[in-house]
Design a binder for this molecule. Structure first.
Ligand code: ADP
Ligand code: MG
Length: 462
């Protein structure tokens, strides 16, 4: 890893830290993912090895490109092509949602990437805005295959649930151990409306609250899922919300076009067996009604070529003046000693010491790149004050919810229902003004980190 010079932190997940680096020999800018030490080292190792194995098999223009794998002092380092920003960055820049044309282009590529994985019998299992990278020219690349896995022959059981709660399909929430590609299709459904409105579709703050959000919008669970719910010891004493009057997608989002709602509804079939495949999704009106798919396929080719050219140029102009100017003299001195051959502890200490200014510099850099994509009038990284939400690990959630009877769902949630939900630790009501206010006050990233860290909840055995 000596050949990489660290330039700054770009991402922190629950299991890894991603640093932007420059290859000192070629000048290529890369993203190095280092798997963190954890209490459960065997699990981190398993995730790293899984990501390596799958990414080596999966080469596609809409999937992140793994360049190299290194192991140093028992730690795994994955070296990826560096990709400009994530869909989460876009959503933070545009809290009211992204424009239709951009969403269509992103979604087309997201589904293409997932379709490719599915065609190799691999499910991603953690599709969400922070795992979707976007290059400067707008090429989408799915990343984070730490939870991805190969489908077994039919009938095999999988880990009972995975994936970030907000994007988690009902079958995962109730603990079904027979699930498949349809879990990724569900996540696509959640993404569509979130990208267009800026509002997460089902922002549950516990697993039972997640089911509440889902059933409120889509109706009751299928009998198999109800049965699994009541058999699941984690839900002992908890009653499933019975829906009397739902608030369907069309009513919740009257401004969304028929083609969008059609796509979202197809993905969000409560019965996984009824969800279409990704190939079928690409045939939807949303992508085809005005010849978009054909037109965009050509445009995408050019974008990919442009990215490849830029990458080559970047390698040629090894150490550009711009990069040198990116940080102050003091930071430069510190960064210069962040090579990966230094004792990890001291390197980490240094990396985190410069993390704040460098992370800001990174954000500013990404921001300028975003500005060039969207126009310069806005500051995409201006975010509101960040209040920390309660930590809700799985066991706490369940303990917290044990014995709670979920109030029946009525069409107009009254203030009383809202306060009941708050008192029961279920979080505010979607659509409620306070809810929007609370959500906007915090960066989604922060909410995801503090209140919805799915990985704390993950049982990762397979
Ligand atoms: P984790 O498993 O810890 O979530 P990810 O692979 O999702 O790890 O990476 C964490 C974050 O790092 C991503 O959300 C993204 O912001 C950033 N990141 C990951 N890969 C790249 C890349 N190739 N280029 C640029 N940024 C990346
Ligand atoms: Mg991730």
């Amino acid at each position: 890893m000596e050949k990489y010079q660290a330039l700054g932190l770009v991402g922190e997940g629950s299991y890894g830290v991603v640093t932007k680096c420059r290859n000192k020999d070629s000048g290529q800018i890369v993203a190095v993912k280092k798997f963190l030490e954890s209490e459960d080292d065997a699990m981190v190792k398993k995730m790293a090895l899984r990501e390596i194995k799958l990414l080596k098999q999966l080469r596609h223009e809409n999937l992140v490109n793994l360049l190299e794998v290194c192991k140093k002092k028992k730690r795994w380092y994955l070296v990826f092509e560096f990709v400009d920003h994530t869909v989460l960055d876009d959503l933070e820049a545009f809290p009211n949602g992204l424009d239709y044309s951009r969403v269509r282009k992103y979604l087309f590529q997201i589904i293409r990437g997932i379709a490719f994985c599915h065609s190799h019998n691999i499910i991603h299992r953690d599709i969400k805005p922070e795992n979707i990278l976007v290059s400067q020219s707008g090429v989408v690349k799915l990343c984070d295959f730490g939870f991805a896995r190969t489908l077994e022959a039919s009938g095999e059981a999988y880990t009972d649930y995975v994936a970030t709660r907000w994007y988690r399909a009902p079958e995962l929430l109730v603990g079904d151990i027979k699930y498949g590609k349809a879990v990724d299709v569900w996540a696509i459904g959640c993404l569509v409306t979130e990208m267009l409105t800026g509002e997460p579709l089902f922002p549950g703050d516990s697993d039972i609250d997640q089911l509440y959000h889902i059933t409120k919008c889509l109706g009751n669970l299928i009998p198999r899922h109800k049965e699994l719910f009541y058999k699941n010891p984690l839900f002992a004493g908890v009653r499933l919300p019975e829906v009397k009057d739902i608030e369907p997608l069309d009513r919740r989002y009257p401004k969304l076009s028929a083609a969008v709602l059609d796509l979202a509804k197809k993905c969000l079939q409560i019965d996984p067996g009824k969800r279409p495949s990704c190939v079928e999704l690409l045939q939807c009106d949303f992508f085809n009604k005005d010849g978009f798919a054909e037109r965009f396929a050509q445009e995408l080719k050019l974008k990919i070529q442009k990215d490849a050219r830029d990458n080559q140029l970047q390698k040629k102009s090894k150490i550009s003046k711009k990069d040198k100017d990116d940080c102050s003299g003091e930071e430069r001195k510190m960064l210069a000693i962040q090579d990966f051959n230094i004792d990890p502890k001291s390197r980490d200490a240094k990396l985190f010491k410069v993390k704040c200014p460098k992370a800001d510099a990174e954000k500013a850099e990404r921001s300028s790149n975003l500005s060039s994509l969207y126009g310069s009038a806005i500051n995409p990284f201006k975010i509101g004050p960040q209040t920390s939400l309660k930590d809700s690990s799985s066991s706490l959630d369940y303990a917290k919810n044990a014995g709670i009877v979920i109030p029946p769902i009525i069409q107009n949630l009254s203030a009383t229902t809202a306060s009941m939900r708050m008192n029961a630790g279920m979080g505010p009501v979607p659509g409620n003004h306070n809810y929007r206010f609370l959500m906007k006050k915090q960066s989604f990233r922060q909410i995801r980190k503090n209140g919805n860290s799915p990985r704390q909840m993950c049982v990762c055995q397979n």
